[in-house]
Design a protein around this ligand. Structure first.
Ligand SMILES: [Zn+2]
Length: 206
């Protein structure tokens, strides 16, 4: 099939995480089989998505909001433990950890991982914003930064980079820096970890 819209949709779907050209084509054929109203509904949900969701100015997670609130409900919650800050790669990891109710502190979404041999790691994660936030967080009582990234090569590389970059500054302020315990076995994606695995990894952080 050669058609501009068809090709355009394929290239859009190919930008989705984990989607190759074959799957992208399957999605477009799926849309062709759906009725007009369902496709319209999908199109308008996509068009409106960003209008009903904000990105928190502090932890950078996306949250549902009809107002222009700058901070999400987690960052606004004064009952949460200000002494621990958990660094995650992406929103799905945060969500997965948050729903287990095993962590009571605050979060920060790094926005990615640092690939091995990356020449400019600072372009891959929100390290600058995080570094800028630290003095204020330390004043607020921060005692420990927990690196909670997936247990794979990129995750390890990211953890190493974070320790190198934040370590000296945090040490001076007597803030501990730790990594999730290897209850998360090698290759484990946080996104797919269950409650017990996450609780174990948090408890056995090192
Ligand atoms: Zn937040």
């Amino acid at each position: 099939m050669t058609n501009d819209n068809f090709q355009k949709l394929i290239s859009h779907f190919m930008k989705f995480p984990g989607i190759g050209s074959r799957q992208a084509r399957r999605f477009v054929y799926h849309l062709l089989h759906q009725d007009e109203a369902t496709n319209q509904d999908l199109a308008s949900a996509i068009a409106d998505l960003k209008q009903s969701i904000n990105q928190c100015k502090q932890c950078f997670r996306f949250f549902s909001s009809r107002t222009e609130a700058p901070l999400c409900t987690i960052c606004q919650d004064s009952n949460r433990d200000q002494r621990t800050l958990l660094l995650v790669e992406k929103d799905i990891d945060l969500e997965n950890i948050h729903k287990t109710d095993t962590f009571t502190g605050l979060y920060f979404v790094l926005g990615g991982l640092v690939p091995i041999l990356e020449k400019n790691p600072a372009s891959r994660i929100r390290i600058k914003v995080l570094t800028d936030q630290l003095p204020e967080r330390i004043k607020g009582g921060l005692q420990e930064v927990i690196i909670a990234v997936s247990a794979n090569a990129e995750g390890d590389n990211t953890a190493e980079y974070l320790r190198e970059t934040l370590g000296p500054f945090l040490a001076k302020a007597e803030v501990k820096i730790s990594t999730l315990g290897r209850g998360l076995s090698t290759g484990t994606e946080l996104e797919y970890s269950d409650r017990d695995t996450i609780r174990h990894a948090l408890k056995n952080r090192e």
